[in-house]
Design a protein around this ligand. Sequence first.
Ligand code: GRF
Length: 212
Amino acid sequence: MKNIAVLVSGGGTNLQALIDAENRGEIDGGKITSVISSKKGVFALERAKNANIPFEVLERSNFSDNKSYSEALLKILKDKKIDLIVLAGFMIILDSCVIKAYPNKIINIHPSLIPSFCGDGFYGLQVHKAALEKGVKITGATVHFVNEITDGGAIILQETVPVLDSDTPESLQKRVMEQVEWKILPKSVSLFCSGRLKIDNNRVFILAKGEI
Ligand code: GRF
């Protein structure tokens, strides 16, 4: 069984989707054993508490830079024997010390079809605002591995939703979350934990169950 840490900074709806999937028996070979938040008082912590998952707050404001923050985080992850790190609305750019310690073992969810509307500065409603300004007719979300380039790691799963003429950034964000994010994040985590993701040259291949 792989130990999963979910890193959060906000409401935690993606964390909830993972908890619900685990409760339905849909996380094959993995268990959420830790929730770590970069902010105190966020609702994601309530979700962890309600699900009886050990949680802690490692506040970014107590550290002078991302490097010292990441070093402290890495120590916690190692102490807890974490095998997979899931970034679910975690608002800190991890320093390379964490990325090097967990190569292709960190998964992020981004609310656009990478390589569109991603990279530095594209987070939250900004992403959906940019999609509307560009006038794209479809958008979606991407689950990818984390490397040292923001939103640049190998893509695991992507799915689309239509953009409607009446959309606002808020309505588009809601559709992307409900119809895509909450579905493809648990699915990707399950594929990882059951050993079904093979990475070759920055491409991810999904192995059939019999191929493992
Ligand atoms: C999601 O839109 C996710 O794609 C992005 O941050 C948001 C987190 O929302 N990385 P929540 O905290 O899971 O509700």
